[in-house]
Every structure is written in C-alpha cells, then in structure tokens.
Design a binder for this molecule. Structure first.
Ligand SMILES: O=C(O)c1ccccc1NCC(=O)[C@H](O)[C@H](O)COP(=O)(O)O
Length: 241
C-alpha cells in the first residue's frame, strides 16, 4: 500500500509565514520568515511543500515575488495555492517551477477557464474543494460557491486530476480532520484526494493513512507543526509505519 504523502504548509500573509483559524482574515498568528519555515520542513525530510499566498486568496495584494523565491529555493515538490484565477496568475505560479497548483475560486466562478487549463496542463492542476458542510467557499473562503458534489462531478467529467479537500470548520483549529468528509469525497470520485485542515496529532495522521486504500493520497499539515504538537520527522515516521 502506498504511504500517505505529507505536505507541511507555509501560508504567507504580508510577507510572513502565518497560521489562520478557520481561514479567517485577521486571525493570523505569525511564525516569521516563509523561506526559513520552508527550508526547515525540507531539512526535516519533507518531500512536498504546500505553499499558500493568502493575500492573493483574500484579494489584499499578493506575495508573488516571495512565493517565487521560496518555491525556487526548494529541492522538494511544491504545491502552490491562493489566488490563481486567470491566465496571468496561473502563468506566474507555473513559472516558479512548482509541481502543481491548486485552483479554488476559479473552479466556482469561471468553470470554462478551469476546464480549459485542466485540458492544457493535466495533473499540474488540482482543485481545492474548501467546504462548510457540503457548501463550497471561494474568494479566500469568504463566499458561498455551490454544492460540493455537483462541482466534483463536473470537475471529474472535465478530467480534473486531483482534489485538495478542506473542512473550513476544522482548519487551523487542531480539532482533528473530518474523516467522514474525506471518506464521502473519496466515494464520489476515483481521483486522488489530499486532506487538509485540522490535523492535531500523530493519531490523526495514522487515521488519515487508513483512508489511503479509499483514495486519500496526502495530508497537509499546518498548525500542528507550528504549535510543535509533533515534529515533521515524527510525522513522516508515523505514516511510513
Ligand atoms: O489554500 C487557500 O487558498 C486558502 C485560502 C484562504 C484561507 C486559507 C487557505 N489555505 C489554508 C491552508 O491550506 C492550510 O495551510 C491547511 O489547510 C492546513 O491547515 P491546518 O493543518 O489546520 O493548519
């Protein structure tokens, strides 16, 4: 059985690595230099980095140059997220050399464009399905954007390669992942799913690992690493077992 991939997160707001609670603007705790954080995860053995431009997601500017610097400094695979909504932002994201990008708002607001870029870029495109209940949220998770399962069916029919699934109610709270949501999404698609939001312990990671046979491919871990609930080395060992 393939092991669960772990993607330590670096979310960038106003040039700083931050953690949010429920993804809410204004709930930031700052953790200093995004580059230092990313290099630390790489040194600890990460194979992936989940790198988010929160300003681009919220429409409060962007950290494009810094994101490019961080992505360019990585020897590991990078997944980029936040505010990738049109040809210019997609081109800038792909030019960083990242392995893939997550589209969120665009999948809700400009589905034709998303279908086009899925056709052009294949598995370089993933779609972030960020939900409250089963309602998708866009624009930095501030606006409703339709039904999770209807959107998933549409994206599947367009050949979307992968989904990053976040329960916003869990994100940044250290309350544990929404395993039922992950199971339900895996049952609704044959495509791999990356779990995001709420991981609090090694037990949570082991619980997500048990969903690998159902289609969960990876887990994004943010707050738990910054709060030192466990180390990345411990997490990598836990999912390798
Ligand atoms: O990814 C986005 O585009 C985004 C937009 C608006 C608010 C937050 C956003 N992402 C947050 C993340 O991807 C978190 O890093 C991730 O869910 C980790 O959560 P946690 O382990 O609970 O800190």
């Amino acid at each position: 059985m393939p092991k669960l991939e772990l993607l330590p997160a670096v979310d960038v707001r106003d040039g700083q690595a931050v953690r949010l609670v429920h993804g809410e603007s204004g709930s930031e705790t700052s953790y200093g230099s995004p580059l230092e954080a990313a290099l630390a995860w790489q040194r600890s053995g990460a194979e992936w980095l989940h790198l988010v431009d929160l300003d681009a997601a919220f429409g409060t500017g962007d950290n494009r140059a810094l994101i490019a610097e961080v992505a360019g400094a990585m020897d590991i695979k990078v997944e980029l997220s936040g505010g990738i909504r049109d040809d210019a932002s997609l081109a800038a994201a792909l030019a960083t050399g990242c392995r893939r990008v997550n589209l969120g708002t665009a999948a809700l607001e400009t589905p034709e464009w998303v279908a086009k870029v899925i056709a052009e870029h294949g598995d370089k495109i993933a779609v972030g399905l960020d939900v409250r209940g089963t309602t998708l949220r866009g624009r930095g998770w501030t606006r409703d954007g339709g039904d999770l399962y209807e959107t998933l069916a549409r994206l599947d029919s367009e050949g979307c390669a992968r989904y990053v699934v976040t329960d916003i109610a869990k994100d940044g709270t250290l309350q544990g992942p929404n395993l039922a949501l992950l199971r339900d999404v895996c049952a609704a698609t044959d495509k791999p799913v990356v779990a995001s939001g709420g991981v609090s312990s090694l037990a949570d990671l082991r619980a997500i690992s048990l969903l690998v046979p159902e289609g969960v491919e990876g887990a994004i871990v943010g707050k738990a690493l910054y709060a030192e609930a466990f180390t990345l080395e411990e997490a990598l060992k836990a999912v390798a077992a």
